[in-house]
Design a protein around this ligand. Structure first.
Ligand code: MG
Ligand code: ZN
Length: 179
C-alpha cells in the first residue's frame, strides 16, 4: 500500500504556542487540504501521528479533540480528501509513555495497524521530534518550512537524509512525482 504519515500542528494547520484547544482554533495552512486530497487521488492513504500533550495537561479532553478532528475531516471532504486514521499521544513528558514523539510508539502503532513496514514511507513534520521519530522507524523524514520548520532548518535539527520543502503541498507533489 502507498502510505504517507503527517504530523498535524504546523503541517496541516497553523500551530499555536497556546495549543489548538477548540475547532475554532483549528485553521488549515494554505494548500494543505488540497495536498491531502491530491495524495488521495494518487492512491495514497494518509494518516496523522500527533502529540496532543495539552490533553495530558487537562487543557481540553478527547471529546473536544474528536470535534477538532471532525472539523478537519469535514473541511477535507469539501476537497474530496480524507485522513484514513489519526494516531495521537495524549501524554506529557512526565508520563514517560512510549508514544510521545520523538519516541516511535505512534509509528509502531501505524505499522501494526496497516501490517506494513514503515521503511522509506514518506513522513512529514515541522519539528525535530517528528523527524527523529520517523528516522527511528526508517521512514523517509520530510521537513516542511511551515510551523516550527524554518527554525528546525536553520538550527539543522534534522536527520541527515531529511528532504525539505516549503509546505505540505510542495512535499506532496514531490512524493507523487518520485514514484
Ligand atoms: Mg508539529
Ligand atoms: Zn504517549
Amino acid at each position: 500500500m502507498k502510505l504517507v504519515i503527517l504530523d498535524r500542528d504546523g503541517v496541516i494547520n497553523q500551530d499555536s504556542k497556546h495549543y489548538i484547544k477548540s475547532p475554532d482554533e483549528w485553521v488549515p495552512i494554505e494548500g494543505s487540504l488540497e495536498a491531502i486530497s491530491l495524495l488521495n487521488k494518487n492512491g495514497y492513504t494518509v494518516v496523522v501521528a500527533t502529540n496532543q500533550g495539552a490533553i495530558g495537561k487537562k487543557l481540553f479532553n478527547t471529546t473536544t479533540l474528536d470535534k477538532i478532528h471532525k472539523k478537519m475531516q469535514d473541511l477535507l471532504k469539501t476537497k474530496k480528501g480524507k485522513i484514513d486514521k489519526i494516531f495521537y499521544c495524549p501524554h506529557i513528558d512526565e508520563d514517560k509513555c512510549l508514544c510521545r514523539k520523538p519516541k516511535n510508539g505512534l509509528m509502531r502503532k501505524i505499522s501494526e495497524y496497516y501490517g506494513i513496514s514503515l521503511k522509506k514511507i514518506p513522513s512529514i513534520g515541522d519539528s525535530a521530534r517528528d523527524l527523529e521519530a520517523y528516522a527511528k522507524s526508517e521512514a523517509q523524514p520530510i521537513l516542511v518550512r511551515t510551523g516550527n520548520g524554518k527554525n528546525v532548518e536553520k538550527n539543522k535539527l534534522f536527520p541527515s537524509n531529511t528532504l525539505i520543502f516549503n509546505n505540505l503541498l510542495e512535499a506532496s507533489k514531490f512524493i507523487i512525482k518520485m514514484e
